[in-house]
Design a protein around this ligand. Structure first.
Ligand SMILES: [Zn+2]
Length: 444
């Protein structure tokens, strides 16, 4: 719900501010005022020095104003005082002029009334992409990768929840958003260590990113796989184990309709397939094909991740589960959602907090991801289909490097010597990268 800058409310009683929080994310700084009831507010800027004034009518302060992180791009600090007897004035000291947007949120199961104020630099300097690693020239599929490295396979890692949204809460007070971020960071570390693989963190801090926004970041980053990390909760504290989800076909087809409805989103879907055609039937068929292929790939990735999690500990359900999760709805990026364990199970909650266990979970997910890429090398290239040692036929044989491949392994697989393989491809050393195509020489 979006409200105008000045909002009238018919509250006779004085409202009180019961809590204030500040969240800094790469795009904006978000202030959240928790209030006892809906509140009337006005916002206006002052300059020299830059400030933003927030006037809250008929309100009292019943909490302390929070300290602001030194690294916040726009905010220096908050101060407040009573004005005219029964009004509150909160002044934000700023590092630079800002654009401010405010809106009220009605109570939900977690929170009461909230007034949200989002601040972004007026000069637009803090665009999200600045905070993302690895994409100096995003938009060109093989133009990414870290400097000095070849084209990389991108794994988007989505730490569930964040900021205002804590996710599930364990009996010992563990917040799902903290656990998911810790595991996501471990996974990113492992992925960045793999030759040819790059991690793209959907969020890398304690702030909330909208579900559609998460998909958008993954697609902008040209992700080859999207892995959303969560921790389960259930009323029965005994429920335990990992589960892995993909999008259900039903969720996919209703989503197809939605994407088609907004053609500006459709045009760049899947390289070469222009969905902005006027032929709705054709567009629908293309979209369905794309999504069905995506779900097949997702299922493959999910199966491999689940198998590896099973080696680590209990699985909640032995099969890949399907659900209508919004965050899995990218039509063209294979996407899986991993419920690492039950945070509502005290035993598993304890393990989820453990650094060593977080790392083991990340390793299991990585093993599944590598297995998936070995089966489906990205970049749309086809792996040589001829059986190893089959040779013959005189046709040129090619091999597309997948994650985890080594030159010696490829040589062995194709019954050729490493030196012959090097010579045929003009390689000076054993360095290879994912996506690279090697010509396989005839048996020597
Ligand atoms: Zn969750």
């Amino acid at each position: 719900m979006l409200l105008a800058v000045s909002v009238q409310c018919v509250c006779a009683e004085q409202a009180s501010v019961q809590g204030t929080r500040v969240w800094t994310d790469p795009e904006k700084t978000r202030l959240v005022f928790e209030t006892s009831s809906a509140i009337t507010h006005r916002i206006f800027p002052l300059d020299e020095p830059d400030r933003l004034v927030i006037d809250l009518d008929d309100a009292t302060m019943q909490s302390n104003l929070p300290k602001v992180d030194l690294g916040d791009p726009v905010l220096v600090g908050l101060r407040g005082g009573v004005r005219g007897g029964s009004h509150l004035r909160i002044v934000l000291d700023l590092k630079q002029p800002v654009r401010a947007k405010s809106f009220a949120l009605s109570p939900n199961e977690r929170y009461g009334h909230r007034l949200i104020i989002d601040l972004t630099p007026k000069d637009g300097s803090s665009v999200r992409r600045v905070a993302l690693p690895s994409f100096p020239n995003s938009g060109v599929r093989n133009g990414g990768g870290r400097p000095g490295r070849g084209p990389a396979v991108i794994v988007a890692i989505d730490a569930g929840h964040g900021g205002e949204d804590p996710g599930a809460i364990g009996t010992a007070g563990t917040l799902e958003k903290d656990v998911t971020l810790a595991i996501a960071r471990e996974l990113a570390k492992l992925i960045d260590r793999e030759p040819g693989l790059d991690a793209l963190m959907i969020r890398d801090g304690d702030y909330y990113v909208g579900l559609r926004e998460r998909i958008a970041i993954a697609r902008e980053g040209r992700a080859d796989l999207f892995v959303s990390i969560h921790a389960d909760a259930f009323s029965n504290a005994k429920a335990k184990g990992s589960s892995v989800y993909t999008l259900s076909y039903g969720g996919a087809s209703s989503e197809a309709a939605k994407w088609l409805a907004s053609r500006e989103n459709s045009a760049d879907l899947i390289g070469g397939v222009d969905l902005s055609t006027n032929d709705d039937l054709l567009a629908t068929v293309l979209m369905d094909m794309t999504q069905n292929a995506t779900i097949e790939h997702s299922t493959e990735a999910a199966t491999m991740v689940l198998a590896n999690l099973g080696r680590l500990g209990a699985v909640h359900r032995g099969d890949v589960q399907r659900g209508g999760f919004a965050v899995l709805k990218a039509p063209d990026v294979p996407s899986i959602l991993v419920e690492t364990a039950f945070i509502s199970n005290p035993e598993e909650e304890k393990r989820l907090r453990d650094r060593g266990h977080q790392r083991e979970l990340a390793e299991a997910i990585l093993a599944g991801v590598l297995g998936y890429f070995r089966k489906y090398p990205p970049h749309g290239m086809l792996v040589d289909a001829s059986p190893q040692g089959g040779g013959g036929g005189g046709g040129a044989r090619e091999y597309v490097i997948g994650p985890g491949d080594t030159l010696s392994g490829i040589a062995k697989q194709h019954s050729v010597s490493i030196s012959a393989l090097r010579a045929r491809n003009g390689l000076n050393d054993d360095m290879i990268r994912v996506g690279q195509v090697l010509a396989i020489p005839e048996d020597s």
